[in-house]
Design a protein. Structure first.
Length: 318
């Protein structure tokens, strides 16, 4: 089955919340940066600016991904989430480079922070708002399983640490005159941005490249197929994932003397069993006569099942 309306609703709420928070924090941090001329605050503002763009793309992506399959997209639209996550990683990388460049300049040419009370207030408020957002996104992720929210959450979790680091840097600069702490906090923010890119890319790229499901999932699928008493072997097993949905294809090797109706019933049974254990999975099987070699499918050898199992005769199949 596809993602339910309730799960889609949580995905929409999660992206709407991140967009609203990003817009609010961007306006607040731009004002704080102009008032303080702090590299740490500038890094936080640049991050929020990219947050707005990333959250806007995520906001639209979850709505597009939820559209049902149509004539032009017969497998659905769920890869839009992976593409959105990949776009987020590119934008975040650009933000990290900008923040690192500005911070290195401040490291070489330290400057005093003006109106530190403004920087402290804004950074503390940003950290609190981001913590609340991450908490809500964690709930939305559990309820929806959305890759977009997973990427957004990883990014904002980095933001929490970056904001707290920037807050500490402003405190050191204003209280103890350690001016370079401000620049170091900006570099810390850039490092966490790049860290979030790694997290997002790790989740998105396998879906875009149609990478196989995890080895333990494939082993479980093979066990299900091999446990069916009427399946004598299988080959050409292919798997992939798009969004939350899995896709499984394989050839089942059946008794060559059974009827088409009987082989169809066996294939249906195998498909239903896999879908029951792996919800939100689309299973497609092709029936081959056991012992006949076929050249189609990926380069995988046939997997014969227990040699003690006797091929089901047509009258034995239920």
């Amino acid at each position: 089955m596809h993602r339910t309306k309730a799960e889609d609703g949580w995905a929409r709420l999660g992206t709407a919340a991140s967009l609203l928070v990003a817009l609010s924090l961007l306006a607040l941090k731009i004002w704080a940066w102009r008032a303080t001329d702090s590299a740490a605050v500038l890094g936080a503002a640049a991050d929020s600016g990219l947050d707005v763009l990333g959250s806007l793309v995520a906001f639209m992506a979850v709505r597009y991904a939820a559209l049902p399959a149509d004539a032009d997209h017969t497998f659905g639209h769920q890869k839009a989430e992976a593409l959105s996550a990949l776009f987020q990683s590119i934008v975040i990388t650009a933000s990290a480079v900008f923040v690192a460049w500005e911070s290195i300049d401040r490291l070489l040419h330290p400057q005093a922070i003006e109106r530190t009370e403004v920087a402290v207030l804004v950074l503390a408020g940003s950290a609190l708002a981001t913590i609340l957002l991450v908490g809500f996104q964690t709930l939305a992720l559990r309820r929806s399983g959305s890759l977009v929210i997973e990427g957004d959450r990883a990014h904002y979790l980095g933001d929490v640490i970056a904001n707290l680091g920037a807050l500490f840097a402003v405190f050191l600069a204003s209280s103890f005159g350690i001016l370079r702490a401000d620049a170091l906090a900006g570099l810390l923010a850039a490092a966490f941005l790049l860290w979030s890119v790694r997290e997002i890319g790790t989740a998105a790229l396998p879906q875009i490249m149609d990478q196989e499901l995890p080895a333990e999932d494939i082993a479980r699928i093979r066990d299900i197929v091999q446990s069916d008493p009427d399946v004598l072997g299988h080959h050409a097993l292919r798997t992939r994932r798009a969004g939350r949905r899995r896709y499984v294809q394989m050839h089942l090797e059946l008794d060559p003397d059974m009827t088409l109706l009987q082989s169809h019933a066996i294939a249906d049974r195998v498909e239903r069993t896999i879908e029951a254990i792996f919800p939100d999975t689309d299973v497609i099987t092709h029936q081959d006569p056991y012992g006949v070699i076929h050249d189609d499918g990926p380069p995988q050898a046939s997997v014969p099942h227990s040699s003690s199992r006797r091929a089901s005769r047509p009258q034995d199949v239920r």
